[in-house]
Design a protein around this ligand. Structure first.
Ligand code: NDP
Length: 284
């Protein structure tokens, strides 16, 4: 058996088309155009590409993109000033601070300065708390995209065994929380987990969010499981791969996401959706 591929590019495209329609309706009915401000400090090439792609996606869907490209010498105070301005800017409904920030800036202080009402990434402690309570306002984009991808398979998440590998605040933990709210039985694995393969083998749904190429191997996968690969790793030869040994695991899995063309495009689509939903709340 070979797994069915969950095509993140196609799913994201269809989402972006429906977002574009909603953006145009919102603007027609209320005069509000959803606005997303992206803040980039420094000249990390990967971050610059992410911010540029987000801007292009905004423009294509009819959102108003505002870019703030700041030198790496920017002080924490200057960055906080900018965030405070964006918090009260009526044209802006979503604020995104591209991570990582330079070492002299405390990321936590910056993320906490973003208004929870414009926190398009869902990283503010208020939004994290709302997510844990099961009453989220902004759901972090990558985790939201992951759930959308599982739903696209038609699988009922309720009662299934889900294993999330990775426990970061921005990926692993929120994914686990979302799966729990959808009534999965959730286990989170990390670098201290004992006999990780036997834990993962129990899973109907496996989410890999580790950052290690080819970490998830076929012997870890139950026949027919849904395998979602969040990892993005660049090999020495320049090739982009995920955390899952895709070519070998696909023979065991029921559904699997590729890298590239899997979770990555969904993350951007969800950022647009979060900004649209925020603009709708402001319009009310
Ligand atoms: P982090 O480095 O913050 O977290 C990695 C997690 O993996 C940690 O919890 C760590 O465990 C765990 N881990 C590391 N090594 C092992 C191991 N040998 N066995 C078990 N667990 C291990 O990464 P992120 O969560 O930020 O990102 C994960 C991956 O997802 C990266 O490749 C990143 O590039 C990608 N990513 C992709 C996005 C997309 O849009 N597709 C968006 C965001 C991230 P411990 O806590 O014990 O150290």
């Amino acid at each position: 058996m070979s797994a069915q591929i969950i095509d993140g590019k196609a799913l994201a495209l269809s989402l972006r088309e429906s977002i574009a329609q909603e953006v145009s309706l919102l603007q027609k009915n209320t005069g509000v155009q959803p606005g997303l401000a992206a803040v980039l400090v420094g000249d990390d090439p990967a971050s610059a590409i992410y911010v540029r792609n987000k801007k292009i996606a905004c423009e294509k869907a009819g959102l108003y993109p505002q870019e703030h490209l700041l030198p790496s010498s920017t002080t924490e105070e200057a960055l906080l000033d900018l965030i405070h301005q964006l918090n009260v800017d009526p044209k802006i409904h979503g604020i995104l601070v591209q991570l990582p920030l330079p070492p002299h800036i405390e990321s936590k202080a910056i993320l906490q300065a973003v208004s929870p009402e414009k926190d398009a990434d869902g990283f503010h402690p208020v939004n994290v708390g709302r997510l844990v309570e099961g009453d989220p306002v902004f759901v972090p984009c990558t985790p939201k995209g992951v759930i959308h991808m599982i739903d696209s398979t038609g699988l009922d998440i309720g009662g299934k065994r889900a294993v999330v590998i990775g426990r970061s605040n921005i990926v692993g933990k929120p994914i686990a929380m979302l799966l729990l709210h959808r009534h999965a039985t959730v286990t989170i694995c990390h670098s201290r987990t004992k006999d990780l393969p036997s834990v993962v083998r129990e899973a109907d749904i496996v989410i890999a969010a580790i950052g290690k190429p080819f970490f998830v191997t076929p012997d870890m996968i139950k026949e027919g499981a849904v395998v979602i690969d969040v990892g993005i790793n660049r090999l020495d030869n320049g090739k982009l791969v995920g955390d899952v040994d895709f070519d070998r695991v696909k023979a065991h899995a029921g559904w699997i996401t590729p890298v590239p063309g899997g979770v990555g495009p969904m993350t951007i689509a969800m950022l647009l959706q979060n900004t649209l939903e925020s603009a709708k709340r402001f319009a009310q």
